[in-house]
Write a protein that binds this ligand. Structure first.
Ligand code: FES
Length: 115
């Protein structure tokens, strides 16, 4: 699987300037709206669009169980696996994050014709 990697922070230290714990920050790359959050378990990136009915998950909140809760119908999703932890068999779109010497990157899967 190949990815396009987009820099979201210049350096790991810089992330501290932007990310407050459990507070969402939004990015848009390749037309994909991506939400990034830092929790006690690490840094996570996921699609901002709720897989249930499209609400903006960045208007929701995080739980102590490392979930994001949708503001509309309150379904919750595990930030690590993307799996729904309430509300049915929906799955959140998740993105890998890589911390490198020159910054923090989020990966978006290349389309089959780009690979
Ligand atoms: S739109 Fe998110 S739970 Fe319904």
């Amino acid at each position: 699987m190949s990815y396009h990697w987009f820099k979201i922070f210049e350096k790991e230290e810089k992330e501290e300037d932007y990310l407050q714990p459990n507070t969402f920050i939004n990015f848009e790359f390749n037309g994909e709206k991506i939400c990034v959050v830092k929790t006690a378990k690490g840094l996570f990136a996921f699609g901002d669009k709720c897989p249930h009915n499209g609400a903006s998950l960045s208007k929701g909140f995080c739980t102590k169980e490392n979930e994001v809760v949708c503001p509309l119908h309150r379904y919750s999703f595990d930030l690590e696996s993307g799996k729904a932890t309430s509300g049915g068999a929906f799955a959140l779109k998740t993105y890998p994050i890589e911390i490198k010497e020159d910054g923090v990157f989020v990966g978006i899967k290349a389309k089959w014709w780009e690979a």
